[in-house]
Design a protein around this ligand. Structure first.
Ligand code: SF4
Ligand code: SF4
Length: 392
């Protein structure tokens, strides 16, 4: 299944479409309904200054956006956030999207969910619920999420997802504080009878980038986790267990970047709580003026807005990407990563070994070898800390 690019730090896996200035249709619409969330994960990919953004779109505005997305050809709709359950109109949004013909996916921490709501959502047409965990150990999970009850609640809701007949999709963001327990994470997923498990190594955007020192695993941790995952895959397959374990390595241990959203403005469209339309859920950080759905139709945003056309095609590329024979594979990598690490979004993603800035990635890997795990050093994602970032 496609990964959804949720604030719970996943990255999308979508079909590749690329050509100079040509663009496909937005197959995937990610509706970030709110930046509010009862949890405070230090790896959240929401913007650091989320507390500074304007009011949320109304129910009717969201329904208009969904219809416009459907008219453009979008088929999958993810409800994300923050925590989408915070929105009191979620059931109306699910029902509206279902009637429009979307395949709908609720991306949630499970906090705020109960059996009754889950059944109502199903009646309204919700197709899929993805529950995210912070860890397989109650104490680590609760430390990272900032809630003493989160783990128990997640377990309960994960069981209920299965009991109500939804596909069971679990998401674990892994990092140096939980990756050594990958065996226990997988066992927990087996106990919960999961269908799909995303073992998504943290990607460093938003709050995760702020906390990269305390999150980035060592190479040895990562290799061990991948080996154990492969052993479980073989063992579970031999037992006839159809569970799918999806292991995502962090960019920081690659020598080539991933293609940015499988092509900027090609198949993916995010709308933020206050209506900004983005070609990628991290792109808000870039020095680009992105359009707002309250001011422009989704069709105009997708086809003609400068924001969505900014990195379409190859003409924006500098060396080494411009003359690189791999540019149709990765489109120069992630512009947000280039911007965060080098200050210039037109640079090649420093993850690439051909980049003159690749040493920044190598230095981060070296620092990971020396770091001592210390949760006191986390900057947690919460309103108070966000206000500090917003003030600058
Ligand atoms: S704080 Fe955690 S649960 Fe809340 S949106 Fe961010 S990653 Fe998801
Ligand atoms: S030089 Fe640019 S296009 Fe070539 S592999 Fe590296 S990031 Fe991709």
């Amino acid at each position: 299944m496609a990964n959804t690019g949720s604030p719970c730090n996943a990255q999308p896996t979508l079909p590749i479409i690329s050509d100079d200035k040509a663009h496909g249709q937005p197959l995937w619409l990610l509706a970030e309904l709110t930046y509010k969330c009862p949890l405070q994960c230090p790896y959240c990919s929401n913007p650091l200054d989320f507390s500074d953004f304007g009011g949320e779109l109304t129910t009717q505005q969201w329904l208009d956006v969904f219809q416009q997305g459907r008219d453009l050809g979008a088929v999958q709709l993810g409800f994300s956030g923050g925590e989408p359950l915070v929105r009191q109109d979620l059931i109306q949004l699910i029902g509206g999207a279902h009637e429009m013909g979307y395949y709908t996916n609720l991306i949630t921490s499970g906090v705020g969910l109960n059996e009754h709501k889950m059944a109502e959502f199903q009646q309204a047409g919700l197709d899929h619920i993805q529950v995210s965990f912070q860890a397989s150990d109650e104490s680590v999970n609760n430390m990272l999420s900032g809630s003493k009850k989160a783990f128990e609640q997640k377990l309960k809701m994960a069981k209920e997802v299965k009991a109500q007949g939804y596909p069971m999709v679990l998401n674990f963001v892994t990092h140096r504080h939980n990756i050594d327990r990958i065996d226990r994470i997988i066992e927990l997923c087996v106990e919960l009878d999961a269908d799909y498990v995303e073992l998504a190594t943290c990607q460093y955007y938003g709050w995760a980038y702020e906390n990269v020192e305390q999150l980035l695993p060592t190479r040895a941790q990562l290799e061990r986790a991948e080996r154990i995952t492969n052993e479980y895959r073989a063992k579970l397959a031999a037992e006839g267990n159809p569970i799918k374990l999806i292991f995502v390595t962090p960019d920081y241990y690659e020598e080539r970047p991933k293609g940015c959203m499988n092509g900027w403005g090609q198949v993916f469209l995010t709308v933020t709580p206050d209506g900004k339309a983005l070609p990628c859920h991290s792109a808000r950080m870039l020095p680009i003026e992105f359009p707002n759905v309250t001011e422009m139709s989704l069709q105009a945003i997708w086809d003609t807005s400068p924001g969505f056309n900014h990195f379409r095609g190859n003409t924006w590329m500098k060396e080494p990407c411009r003359s690189c024979d791999e540019k149709e594979k990765d489109f120069g990598g992630c512009h947000c990563q280039a911007f965060m690490l080098t200050g210039d979004m037109y640079n090649a993603d420093p993850v690439c070994a051909k980049s003159e800035h690749h040493h920044l990635i190598e230095e981060a890997r070296e620092r990971a070898e020396a770091v001592v795990n210390n949760p006191d050093e986390f900057t947690f994602r919460n309103e108070r800390n966000s206000k500090v970032f917003a003030k600058g």
